[in-house]
Ligand binder design. Structure first.
Ligand code: FES
Length: 118
């Protein structure tokens, strides 16, 4: 079993911002070629081009859930430009790291968010 940091466990047990935004301004989905898991991000943009709301759905492992949850929290309130620069690495760092064999899972989060913004 990989060992997860306390932060990963927290986001895994209590994921933030799970769900869909019915009238989303953007939707981004990404599949993980390594394991076949999927992730979808929904974004709502306000008049100042900031992310007013971010939600996600994932059919992925625990690490993928924790990553999506962290991405959604980090991205909320960011400008579109800032959110585009949010990287998978930033997310893994914020989670106090991921086990090496779970790093591929972290690739989904920011990628799906970027797709939603496009
Ligand atoms: Fe599929 Fe982690 S094993 S996203």
């Amino acid at each position: 079993m990989p060992t997860y940091s306390d932060k990963v466990m927290d986001h895994l047990m209590n994921p933030r911002n799970v769900g869909e935004i019915p009238d989303a301004d953007g939707v981004g989905t990404v599949g993980n070629p390594v394991c076949g898991d999927m992730m979808a991000f929904y974004v709502k943009v306000d008049d100042e081009d900031r992310l007013a709301d971010v939600k996600f759905k994932t059919f992925g492992c625990g690490a993928a859930i924790a990553v999506s949850s962290m991405v959604s929290e980090m991205a909320k309130g960011m400008s579109l430009e800032e959110a585009k620069k949010l990287s998978n690495k930033d997310v893994a760092t914020q989670l106090d790291g991921l086990p090496p064999n779970k790093m591929h899972c972290s690739n989904l989060g920011a990628d799906a968010l970027h797709n939603a913004i496009e």
